[in-house]
Design a protein around this ligand. Structure first.
Ligand SMILES: Nc1ncnc2c1ncn2[C@@H]1O[C@H](COP(=O)(O)OP(=O)(O)OP(=O)(O)O)[C@@H](O)[C@H]1O
Ligand SMILES: [Mg+2]
Length: 265
């Protein structure tokens, strides 16, 4: 079992001894799973989960988002047990906006459910729309092709940040995008992160994306899954695409590829 060093900082997310079984307890998908995302004040961080298909990455995000309850285990947010009142937004691979609502109404939706007045929620949503670079698009319906795939993911990111600007969960958010848009969205995400400083927990199958964006990368094993390796990405904090030519970047991508291959045999 993983043990964590004690620090004086509160922990943003702590998952303790999680397990997930189906078939009445016969099949363990997740077992002895521990994850600690410590606070880095005023800084935020990128935590990346990598792992073979079906190992439980989306399940872990669903636990944190409160969309699924584990068979056993504890979920702590900021040192307290998760409750129904904790709201954390999640961005999915499939475009998850409401196509019959405008961009503005989509982004403001979380605040509407919280009973925030229309004037206040629209003002906050407009600020967020600006942060994600969708100025001038707020009246459009959030649907393809009125908005491009990348723009639709920006709507989802803006909505999640308005629900909770401290933590945002992303499940293969750029998986449905073409390579060009995907690369642009990675830089866009770095830009948002520099403005808002959230803690982002990102699931991806793209190792280069994981190294480019991640501060900490956790590799999950095959089922019964747990964290098999924690990799601290020792690259400069301010990243731009030139870093991809750096030998440390290339070495790390190859190293992780090898680790992932060793899991799938
Ligand atoms: N209701 C269920 N009954 C049985 N098995 C389930 C159920 N829901 C999920 N699973 C299994 O749990 C496992 C983990 O699923 P999950 O979606 O978290 O994997 P993942 O790592 O996100 O995979 P991918 O990379 O393909 O998205 C899968 O093997 C899936 O078949
Ligand atoms: Mg998944």
């Amino acid at each position: 079992m993983v043990t964590f060093p004690n620090t004086s900082l509160s922990d943003i997310i702590e998952l303790k001894n999680m397990s997930q079984t189906y078939d009445g307890g016969k099949t363990f998908i997740i077992k002895d799973f521990n994850l600690l995302v410590e606070d880095k004040p005023n800084q935020g961080q990128f935590v990346v989960l990598l792992g073979p298909s079906g190992c439980g990455k989306s399940t872990i995000l669903r636990y944190i988002a409160g969309l699924q309850t584990p068979t056993t285990g504890e979920i702590l947010l900021n040192g307290k047990h998760r409750t129904e009142a904790d709201r954390i937004g999640m961005v999915f691979q499939q475009y998850s906006s409401f196509p019959w609502l405008s961009v503005l109404d989509n982004v403001a939706l979380g605040l509407k459910y919280r009973g925030v007045s229309k004037k206040e929620r629209n003002a906050k949503a407009m600020e967020m729309i600006q942060i994600v670079g969708l100025d001038g698009h707020h009246k459009k319906y959030a649907q393809y092709p009125t908005l491009s795939g990348g723009q639709l993911q920006r709507v989802a990111i803006a909505r999640s940040l308005l629900v909770n600007n401290k933590v945002i969960l992303m499940d293969e958010p750029f998986g449905a995008l073409d390579t060009n848009t995907r690369l642009k969205m990675q830089d866009f995400l770095i830009g948002v992160w520099e403005k808002v400083h959230p803690t982002i927990v990102l699931v991806t199958h793209d190792i280069s994306e994981a190294v480019y964006l991640g501060d900490d990368i956790y590799i999950m094993s095959n089922a019964p899954s747990k964290i098999s390796e924690h990799i601290r990405v020792d690259l400069p904090f301010d990243r731009d695409k030139e870093i991809k030519r750096d030998s440390r970047f290339v070495d790390l991508v190859f190293y992780i590829e090898d680790r992932m291959m060793s899991l799938s045999v």
